[in-house]
Design a protein around this ligand. Structure first.
Ligand SMILES: [Zn+2]
Length: 384
């Protein structure tokens, strides 16, 4: 873990844009690249320098066509190097894993998702993940030596050594998922928790693009957040930064999976809301069904999601006072609910300082359930 994740991911998105422009034109000068991408001369010059030293592009001098009226050398053209390499992005959730194989210009070669009970079976999860990752490379004839970076998102806090030390995902405690994956595949991965990945994904490719101060909330089976402050992802001393779901909202509440009592997550996770709604319905409910019921006007579902949004917003309001973000992005399965997002907005308006509340927009995720895998992609690209 060397560079600040989010600045790195913005840079990665710009590098990818340059590579796409060069690929579609075949060859371009630096001046052409400024026009094609809208980036400044300094930015293009610095990014091209990186791409050259990473041997992703090569220079070629155009012969015989000096610019009219301009003395000196003809423009130097940039072309893609013949071995362009690939990156692998992996998002492991509580009950799924998603993998994407992409070129260095961020174009996706292939993406797959499978359901899997992750929380209580780390070894099986990592075995399955390794099989899928190697299978994906095989299917696209990408050799392991061509893989320039791997980003791996895990649904629990990860410290600076890539180790899971928190009680939040108890069966994974003490494990180093990146090292485990490397032992199984030979591929070294950069590991972050899933909500941090979501923040990096929305920052590079989605609803927080171009924003320096943002909070991404993943509201799904669990509840977590990724905080971008002044352009950098806040990881904290031990990787716990952003663990919004474990803010205590009721000291006398239910015991949480983390060992504490009355955590926000014990009130507003997807399964918890389904359980609360179930007694009023005969058929077995799921999170997706609950969201559809709310959209269709079911008053109970609507009420639950609005209250869940207000509970999340109450905690976010304090974060707004502390961090003064300009955007809050609500992602995860529950982020699809406009009712929940409205509830967040109401609570932020009610409980944050007026100037902090006025500064922030609350929006749904643009990348939806792909935010985390796209963040893993941004991180992998940033570390190539
Ligand atoms: Zn907890």
């Amino acid at each position: 873990m060397t560079t600040g994740g989010s600045l790195g991911s913005l840079r990665a998105a710009n590098r990818a844009a340059l590579l796409r422009a060069i690929e579609s034109a075949g060859s371009l000068s630096r001046a052409d690249l400024m026009r094609a991408t809208g980036l400044s001369r300094t930015a293009v010059s610095s990014l091209v320098g990186e791409l050259l030293s990473d041997r992703l592009v090569v220079e070629r001098e155009e012969r015989g066509t000096p610019h009219r009226g301009v003395r000196g050398r003809p423009p130097v053209l940039l072309e893609l190097a013949s071995n362009r390499g690939a990156v692998l992005a992996i998002d492991v959730g509580h009950s799924h894993m998603r993998l994407a194989l992409a070129r260095l210009d961020a174009s996706i070669l292939d993406e797959l998702q499978l359901g899997f009970a992750v929380d209580d079976q780390p070894a099986e999860t990592l075995d399955r993940l390794a099989d899928q990752a190697l299978g994906l490379l095989d299917n696209h004839n990408v050799g392991a030596d061509e893989v320039r970076g791997v980003g791996l998102g895990i649904p629990g806090p990860v410290d600076r050594d890539g180790r899971m030390t928190s009680s939040i995902l108890p069966h994974w405690r003490g494990l180093q998922p990146g090292a485990e994956l490397e032992r199984r595949t030979g591929l070294a991965a950069h590991v972050e928790n899933d909500a941090h990945m979501g923040a990096l994904g929305e920052l590079a490719f989605g609803a927080a693009h171009g924003v320096s101060n943002a909070i991404y909330v993943k509201a799904a089976t669990g509840l977590g957040a990724g905080i971008i402050a002044d352009g950098s992802l806040i990881r904290g001393a031990t990787g716990i930064a952003g663990e919004l779901g474990h803010v205590q909202v009721d000291p006398a509440g239910k015991v949480c999976r983390c060992g504490s009592r009355g955590c926000l997550e014990t009130f507003v996770s997807g399964p918890q809301l389904v359980q609360l709604l179930q007694p009023t319905h005969d058929r077995e409910l799921t999170v997706e069904l609950m969201l559809a019921l709310a959209e269709g006007g079911d008053m109970g579902a609507d009420r639950l999601l609005a209250d869940a949004g207000r509970s999340i917003g109450r905690v976010l309001a304090d974060l707004c006072n502390v961090l003064n973000p300009e955007r809050i992005v609500i992602g995860g399965t529950l982020g699809a609910s406009t009712t929940l997002i409205t509830g967040v907005r109401e609570a932020v308006d009610r409980h944050a300082q007026p100037s902090a509340s006025a500064a922030v927009t609350v929006v749904g995720s643009q990348l939806g359930e792909r935010a985390e895998v796209m963040g893993a992609l941004a991180l992998a690209l940033a570390r190539t």
